[in-house]
Ligand binder design. Structure first.
Ligand SMILES: O=C(O)CCC(=O)C(=O)O
Ligand SMILES: [Fe+2]
Length: 297
């Protein structure tokens, strides 16, 4: 039961790409009830750079997508024999390399891999993006859209980005490193809202998203410093955009290791367990990463 977990957790239980997070490197993500007054929700989004909405979506709608996802992936052998797809239980007999997490960046070995089994798994994970239960029912969920329309004041003009990312984070593989989303949205205005929606319950050690405390100040700093440098070099907007991407690791990440990043900037990572139905909204400069997945589920 994710909500029954103790906090603060023992430091050993909080692993990221570059090892455990120390006790003073973690804090708890602030949860918000979606029924709070809009003004309060807006203020929290501005203050924190994110808004963690507990139980925004109907749990059964999220679990439906989860079930469809694992039914689709099932022929790859990812699931433990005799378990229900909706439970998404990893078969521990499997070699993790055959089930790489997609989207964590090619340079760290999580790109499209060579092995036949891995290729099948990745192909199915990519195919999921095109399925109606995902791209229509899940991504365009009216409750999510309505909340964003109201929160931003965009109303009827609210547009979904057509390219969405259905990430997975499988046991024994590397999770996505430290980044802010504007890096991946380079050709758009930095006014978009990212919705990170866990497709099921995620325990603290289950590999959920983590946020650097007030990380958006760093994200903005990186962005501003670089834009200034580009201007000084006389670059055009287009040249600056391309150069930006060269300024990052080849994967578009600020760093591979969250623990070392937190030490360098003396900031905490904000962590939490998630339940199906939860949604986190964040700004394009919010700095995030993932916990390592230490659980089979
Ligand atoms: O791994 C995830 O679920 C999140 C990935 C992410 O933050 C991103 O693609 O920008
Ligand atoms: Fe992201």
């Amino acid at each position: 039961m994710p909500h029954a977990e103790q906090f603060p957790p023992t430091p050993e239980s909080l692993f990221v790409n570059d090892g455990p997070l120390a006790a003073d490197q973690v804090g708890l993500l602030r949860a918000s009830n979606p029924d709070l007054p809009l003004e309060e929700l807006r203020q929290r989004y501005e203050e924190d750079g994110y808004l963690f909405l507990k139980g925004l979506l109907p749990r059964q709608d999220v679990l439906k997508a989860r079930e469809e996802y694992f039914k689709l992936l099932s022929p790859s052998g990812v699931l433990k024999d005799g378990t229900a797809p909706v439970d998404g239980i990893f078969n521990e007999q499997n070699d993790p390399h055959d089930y790489p997490g997609i989207g964590a960046g090619a340079a760290d070995g999580n790109g499209k891999p060579g092995g036949e089994k891995a290729e099948k798994f990745v192909d199915l994970a990519l195919q999921a993006h095109y399925e109606t239960w995902y791209k229509e029912d899940f991504c365009k969920h009216p409750v999510l859209r309505d909340l964003i329309a109201k929160l931003t004041g965009w109303g009827e003009s609210t547009l979904g980005v057509r390219r969405s990312l259905l990430r997975n984070n499988t046991p024994g593989n590397k999770a996505i490193g430290v980044h802010y989303d504007q890096i991946f949205l380079r050709h758009g205005e930095p006014t978009s809202v990212t919705a990170w929606v866990p497709m099921g319950d995620v325990s603290l050690s289950g590999g959920g998203l983590i946020y650097l405390e007030k990380g958006y100040t760093l994200g903005r700093e990186v962005e501003d410093t670089f834009t200034k440098k580009a201007r000084e070099c006389g670059m055009s907007d287009e040249e600056a955009r391309n150069a930006f991407n060269q300024n990052m690791l080849s994967t578009g990440l600020l760093a591979d290791g969250p623990a070392e990043y937190a030490r360098r900037f003396d900031r905490r990572w904000l962590v939490t367990a998630y339940e199906a139905g939860d949604v986190v909204l964040h700004t394009p400069f919010a700095v995030s990463s993932r916990m390592d997945c230490k659980e089979v589920r």
